[in-house]
Design a protein around this ligand. Structure first.
Ligand code: G1P
Length: 286
């Protein structure tokens, strides 16, 4: 299976940083966010990845490329561990880049990959959603796709007050954690939301979606919304949702970025004690 990672958004929720730096390169301690997403795809058995980029996103391409000068210097200095770490990134997977010339929405960004995908189901991983899980979230979706032979979307329950930040599904549970979708609404007001089951940035999609995106008119925020195309596809194809196991972080959100950095630091032995001590000290000061 191939994967598409849309990474062309402007990241306006993370200004001023995103004025000149892609939010996908935000560090989670020492690794850029997009590397986590690429690793999730690879750990799910995917080895052909298309990243949809846009103006100012060249640094993403450089990150996954060979860094000849750096590698040479590390080699000369005998810094083997660092050299391996750097080399590993450029050898990870076959990554293709397609530029979206205008930020016309998620549906439009995915549409850019149509010629690369052929006539097969494919995975979509949104570049600013980081999911930490024992089994990669995309692999969990692939398992459901293989059972039902239909498109599958990752969902999780959210507090009703937050439904307006997400695509929300109207769905019926068909087995533990699996729902059959009846309709989707993009970022509804709480009183208009059909449920509190929110779409979380991971999808396995039928290649038919491209035809529906083509017919989709600009929707919320004047953008070509994937949610609208999915609603059209629902009239002719089954669509499932899966309540995945794992923790999701929204890297477009400043607080979530702080949270993932603290939580990841607590998971690393080299930082754990010092972070706990610092947090204790800071809380006692209040
Ligand atoms: C997009 C989708 C939305 C989904 C969300 C998950 O919105 O349009 O349906 O719930 O990603 O992160 P965005 O956050 O890009 O506005």
């Amino acid at each position: 299976m191939k994967a598409v990672i849309p990474a062309a958004g402007l990241g306006t929720r993370f200004l001023p940083l995103t004025k000149n730096s892609p939010k996908e390169m935000l560090p989670i301690i020492d690794k850029p966010a997009i590397q986590y997403v690429v690793e999730e795809a690879i750990n799910s058995g995917i080895d052909d990845i298309v990243i949809i980029t846009g103006r100012g996103k060249e640094v993403i391409e450089n990150h996954f490329d060979v860094a000849y000068e750096l590698e040479k210097i590390l080699e000369e200095r005998g810094e083997k561990e660092k050299l391996n770490e750097v080399r590993k990134i450029s050898e990870m997977a076959e990554i293709f880049y397609i530029r979206q010339k205008m930020p016309l929405g998620l549906g439009h960004a995915i549409y850019m990959a149509r010629k690369h995908i052929d006539d097969e189901f494919f995975a979509v991983l949104l570049g600013d959603d980081i999911i930490v899980a024992n089994q990669p979230c995309t692999k969990q979706l692939i398992d459901v796709y293989e059972k039902y032979n239909a498109s599958v979307i990752a969902i999780q329950e959210v507090e009703m007050e937050y439904v307006s930040k997400y695509g929300i599904v109207d769905a019926e549970e068909v087995e533990n954690r699996v729902y059959k979708i009846k309709a989707l609404v993009e970022k509804p007001a709480p009183r208009e939301a059909p449920s509190n089951l929110a779409v979380m940035g991971r999808y396995i999609l039928s290649p038919k979606i491209f035809g529906y995106i083509e017919k989709t008119k600009p929707g919320k925020k004047g953008e070509i919304q994937l949610t609208d195309a999915l609603n059209m596809m629902l009239e002719n194809e089954e669509l499932y949702a899966y309540v995945f196991e794992g923790k999701r972080y929204d890297l477009g959100d400043k607080f979530d970025w702080l949270r993932i950095n603290i939580e990841m630091a607590l998971k690393r032995e080299e930082f754990r004690e010092r972070v706990l001590e610092l947090l204790k000290k800071l809380t006692n000061q209040d």
